[in-house]
Design a protein around this ligand. Structure first.
Ligand SMILES: [Zn+2]
Length: 260
């Protein structure tokens, strides 16, 4: 088909409404009767939609436009900057995320991260898979902090910010024994005790055992992450690193950490 006939055809035939799997990241009231819902979708990345009448008549979207729900949605984005959600079918809810405070706070943190770190219509299937894995893990496991650590390490990987944890970035030697290793936030790397004497800013102390766990998280597929056990010390060290590293990369604090 040549370019002109393609243009004519697209004018004559309006685009079909689009459908995709989507997770609810944020819901807010809009005017008297509508709601604005922001999703992370499988096929279109982040997507903000207006749900007409969702506030008044609950019939159409009953119990569907709730935080963390996984839906199949049909939306229309013609002629407006804000898409309009036409239909939503519930695929899965994660009940414990709404009942348990810590799990709720952790799931809210995941949503805040995705809202801040993704763009509309910039899809990434791996990110969508990671989101579903994380919600499922938060809903089924009691190890909330461990799940948050694993989520962040995989997230850095997907977004292209995977730090090199294998060797000291200055002398190139792998860390060994009980030496004090430091994670450099600005360098996205580690520095051994010898070399860290010459450095200083934005470095976080980390033990070798925590580093090894973080490396394994980088290398293992999502389906095998449940075998990793973080001690209390490793949880603390790794949480400190992922929290500060993500704030540095985003250039802002993630508020939801304060509720955990
Ligand atoms: Zn070194």
């Amino acid at each position: 088909m040549n370019k002109l006939s393609h243009i004519i055809l697209s004018i004559l035939m309006p685009l079909d409404p689009r459908h995709t799997a989507a997770v609810v990241l944020k819901v807010s009231d809009y005017g008297e009767s509508d709601k604005i819902v922001t999703f992370y979708t499988q096929s279109f990345g982040k997507l903000a939609c207006i749900a007409k009448g969702a506030k008044r008549s609950k019939k159409r979207f009953v119990n569907k436009l709730e935080l963390f729900s996984l839906l199949q949605i049909i939306f229309d984005n013609k002629g407006s900057s804000l898409a309009r959600i036409d239909e939503a079918e519930l695929i899965r809810i994660y009940p414990l995320l709404r009942e348990d405070y810590t799990r709720y706070a952790a799931a809210t943190l995941i949503c805040e991260i995705l809202l801040n770190w993704t763009k509309e219509y910039d899809e990434d299937e791996r990110l969508f898979t990671l989101l579903l894995w994380t919600l499922n893990a938060l809903n089924s496991s009691t190890e909330t902090i461990r799940t948050l650590i694993l989520f962040h390490i995989k997230l850095f990987d997907i977004l292209g910010y995977r730090p090199d944890l294998s060797v000291c970035s200055i002398c190139g030697m792998p860390p060994a024994g009980r030496e004090k290793i430091r994670f450099s936030i600005s360098g996205s790397c580690i520095i051994c005790s010898k070399c860290s004497k010459h450095k200083g800013s934005a470095e976080i102390p980390v033990s070798l055992s925590t580093l090894k766990l973080m490396q394994k998280t980088q290398d293992l597929p999502l389906t095998k992450l449940s075998r990793l056990c973080f001690s209390q010390t490793s949880s603390k060290e790794a949480t400190n690193i992922v929290r500060q590293y993500s704030s540095y990369l985003l250039q802002r604090d993630i508020q939801s950490w304060n509720f955990l």
